[in-house]
Design a protein around this ligand. Sequence first.
Ligand code: MN
Length: 727
Amino acid sequence: MQTQITEIKYNQLLNELLESCRTHIHSVNEDLIRRSFRTSFEAHKNDYRASGEPYFLHPYAVAKIVAEEISLDDYSVAAALLHDVVEDTEISLDFIAKEFGKTVAEIVDGVTKIGGVFKGHEINQAENYRKLLLSMVRDLRVILVKFADRLHNMRTLQYMRPEKQRRIARETLEIYAPFANRFGLGKVKWELEDLSFKYLNKEAYAELAKKVSEKRNQREKYIQKFIQPLKDKLKQEGIKFEIAGRAKHLYSIYRKMIKLNTTFENIYDLLAIRIIIEDDNPNLCYTVLGIINQMYKPIDRFKDYISIPKKNNYQSLHNTVLGPEGKVVEIQIRTRKMHEIAERGVAAHWKYKEASFTSDKEMEEWVNWIRDVFETASKDEATKEILASFKMNLYQEEIYIFTPRGDLLRLPVGSTPVDFAYNIHSNIGEHCIGAKVNGKIVPLNSLLRSGDQVEIITSKNQHPNESWLQFVKTHKAKNQIRKFINRQDDKIVEQGKQIWDKKLKKLKLIFTDDDIQKLSNKLKFNSPRDFFKAIGEGELNPDEIIAPKVEKQEEKNELKIDKFVNHARQGAGGVLVEGEHKGFDIHYAKCCNPIPGDPVIGFVTIGKGITIHRKDCKNLITLAKNSPDRLVPVDWQNLKGKEFIAAISIKGEDNPGILKDVSNSITNYKDTNIYSVNINTKEGIFHGVITVYVNDLAHLEHLISRLKKVKGVFLAERMVTGKSHDR
Ligand code: MN
């Protein structure tokens, strides 16, 4: 059955709400309330609730709760009236911002967004869900309006299907009620809990409710008997107070029964009253405590939450005494202000600046701070400006992301799908190729937002790369990507080493670690590792570094040496072979390249004649061992009075003037003549071959030792063929 709101009813509702605002809210923009009331009414005009009531009665009821039970500001009341229009009607957020201002629009937006978070998700990590809520909210009023919305939905839950009732009840019990408790909203918390209990465990609820109501008369009679003498005494003392029996909440009774594994009767024997002292003077609480303890025998269960408040800043004295008939009675004693705080918590006293929390503890500290400000501030300070600066930053350092299974992962703000993937498993991170966020494919570097549902697409062939390091946020992802890249690098470095070693082997070159270090320094690599990596990656061709240069130089040198050796040999007229081998063809061994002046010996080579080796040639030593009979004594012809050509290999720093020093060092000794000079420089090092005319080996050796003393020269030696340094 659907009903309509008449004009009379409309005005009646509006006036009631305005009256609530005037009573409970410090400063009210009535025009704002009237206009948002009108807009909400018009927007929801054709909508009805499950109960058949006009839908408007829901936002209206939420606005009343915000005004009366949580006592927020007028912006919150306006936002409460409009909290469902963006989602359910044609009205846009822009319109709300234009008509009612940014603050109202932001609250409405926040309430709409957090409403969507839980849809389709099973609640299995309640604590994370609460944090998810906080991480989505920049203005605490959003959460408090949401509490009011939830409270009204719970109050009218009977019209929903049982399945939906249970889902909403569970969400309320696990997320909203503990939340309300943290915010110090004691009354809201109790009601949310009892309503949830009612839908989650109908039988237990019904049974408890029945038992409580059966005992109500009996209980109330007893309480009257208990408090009457106390009332008289307090009046006598001139203390202004309110005293009442305290309804025990069904859910708390139920929980206690479960926890203590006991019966209703055992627990409900505990009768409870509360004394609220009107004067804001905590000392009076202790005075009252003294009066009670004189009247009734106290049991040793006293708790002083005035000197030591609870974590959420709850303050009260808890005392337990034996009443008439030996019944146990719990008594709470507190001031009016303490009571307000216990019932309405933070929401009772808005006063805060920006705050940001990264933990529950911080939030609690913040709540305490709010209380503190309230306690010490005068009422005039509670101005609109303070109320308007409700901005906050709850859990803004973190975001909460749904896995495809509905689990929540906590990540730092700025995280991307790659962070998410690594957070699930390094294997998923290592192969993630794409991501779906809320069903849409997005780039891997997209920023995730709280409440997103993320699905990672993997591929066996995908691997992390360096560019991922530019956008990932979590340490885990960074470390894993680096590790992977290092592992890849190790392989590349190893490959590079192998290529290099092969090349060296081919060229019969030996490089010590020190040589490699120098070489990589010269080529401007950070380390030999980078040098090998460049080779492994194909960025550096070893041929271009050593082989061609060495090879070419060797070729050149070989050519030069051949020329010079021939020249020298001609000058000397060749070797003289005596005896039976006279007239044999003469060859010069390639392995040791003898030149005139070298002590030499001949070796008979079958079908080839005689090969001339230097006496200290390693090859010759081996040959001689195997076939000593084939050795032939030989000597150079016409040695006396002749000049021979010798080659000196020289290395040094490429300093200006060094060449002059080198040539001076030669020509200043015995007027030695230089036959030719061939110098190459690279990277500040010069390498040269100088051929000179010498009289004998002693002459040459003198030149070499002189050259070694030239500043900047670090190598000077008699040149042999390029390849056989080890003559
Ligand atoms: Mn709603």
